[in-house]
Design a protein around this ligand. Structure first.
Ligand SMILES: [Fe+2]
Length: 406
């Protein structure tokens, strides 16, 4: 990892401000995300995969406390909280189990907010002084990590609120704003070699490197993600119950959990469909991207319309020449999350960040409306298990060119 606080490698991306300015801005944005919410909102945990917002506030702070300020990964400011706030770093010691994070009524929200202020003060002091290059890299990683958790705060609160019969809203307006956009196909008509992955300069996660070559056969990628109106046709045809479209694991999961439509959809009294979002229950927006789909649903829908999901390499090859390609919804690809040839995990204390999760998950590309804009990269590889539905995950269709099949 190399830290470059002034520029970023992604062509067309905005120039980044200095690290100290970004530190204050990113830390403040996290607090802004929970502005107006109650302590009760922030402590509850709605399912094992989700975390309470209070835990996100504390854990992102622990990252700086333990990995930047601390010694050998032990937090300096609140050493006794390490066991509560270590998420998955086995090398750093004991961890409280994720499914039980909602039981942590102590420390209180006020104590967690005070922790944030104390660590922020210590970090500002450290950033004024002499941090060595390894710690500067960990500051950058900590900021990127906090931006990842900013989206998780939204997805986890949304899931929590979805379980409340009153349907509370996180904010007044729905997201994202939608407009009708015709579907076009972006053709990649020539077969050949594509360069994939992040270059050597600028920040990227270790899983985006090294940049390497892949062979692409002719294909076409849709110009936008699948919309609610389009996905509704799959629902109305009752194709959640038609095994011909489904992977075996997906059909078993859909049957076992009685999936009939995407997560957060429900029938209204007139037979229409409502969707739960950050603005509460609303009539389904036909033009908005279909979202909260598992990989299984995305893959089944693509088969249903005679298309397929793109590989992550096809997605990135098109995105390199169409920089605004992603950003409304994460897009499932057909690529399993695995290391690029020559992959090397981050050195030292952050080695566990990405590499140890490279089994049983699929890659998503792009970014959602809840992803901070300066966190989106063409080479970014998000990943989740194929059954995950609570993220802002949708799909974009692809087709193979020059053959009689999708
Ligand atoms: Fe984390």
């Amino acid at each position: 990892m190399t830290v470059d606080t002034e520029t970023r490698a992604d062509p067309g991306a905005a120039t980044l401000p200095p690290l100290r300015v970004r530190f204050d801005a990113i830390r403040a944005r996290t607090i802004a995300l929970v502005d107006g919410l109650s302590a009760e909102d922030l402590v509850a945990q709605s399912m094992p995969d989700a975390s309470p917002a209070k835990w996100h506030l504390a854990h992102t702070t622990w990252f700086f406390d333990a990995l930047v300020l601390g010694t050998r990964g032990q937090p300096r400011v609140r050493p006794e909280w390490g066991v509560l706030l270590n998420s998955y770093y086995d090398a750093l010691g004991a961890k409280h189990p994720r499914p039980e994070r909602g039981l942590l009524t102590r420390p209180s929200l006020a104590e967690v907010l005070a922790y944030r202020r104390d660590v922020d003060a210590a970090m500002r002091e450290a950033l004024r002084g002499e941090l060595d290059s390894a710690r500067l890299e960990l500051v950058e990683l900590g900021l990127q990590h906090e931006q990842q958790h900013q989206e998780l705060i939204v997805t986890d609160l949304l899931h929590l609120f979805s379980r409340n019969p009153l349907g509370p809203a996180l904010r007044a307006s729905p997201a994202p704003a939608s407009r009708e956009t015709p579907l076009e196909w972006i053709e990649h008509a020539d077969e050949g070699v594509a360069e994939i992955g992040a270059g050597e300069h600028g920040f990227a996660f270790d899983n985006e490197r090294p940049r390497h070559r892949v062979w692409l056969s002719p294909f076409a990628l849709a110009s936008r993600p699948v919309t609610n109106a389009e996905f509704l046709a799959f629902v109305e045809a009752d194709d959640y119950r038609d095994p011909q479209w489904w992977l075996s694991d997906g059909f078993a999961r859909a049957t076992e959990e009685n999936w009939r439509m995407p997560l957060y959809w429900r029938r209204d009294e007139r037979g229409g469909v409502e969707q739960f979002g950050v603005a509460g229950w609303r009539a389904l927006d036909p033009n908005a991207p279909a979202v909260h789909l598992s990989y299984y649903e995305a893959d089944a829908y693509a088969r249903f319309v005679g298309a397929r999901l793109p590989t992550e390499f096809e997605w990135e090859a098109i995105a390199q020449s169409h920089p605004p390609l992603g950003g409304d919804v994460w897009e499932w690809t057909s690529s399993a999350y695995s290391p690029y040839p020559g992959f090397r995990p981050f050195a030292g204390i952050a080695a566990e960040y990405n590499g140890k999760f490279m089994s049983g998950q699929m890659v998503l590309r792009g970014g959602s409306w809840a992803t901070p804009r300066d966190h989106i990269r063409t080479s970014y590889r998000n990943f989740f298990p194929p059954h995950a539905r609570w993220q802002f995950s949708g799909l974009r269709l692809a087709r193979t060119l020059g053959r009689d099949r999708a």
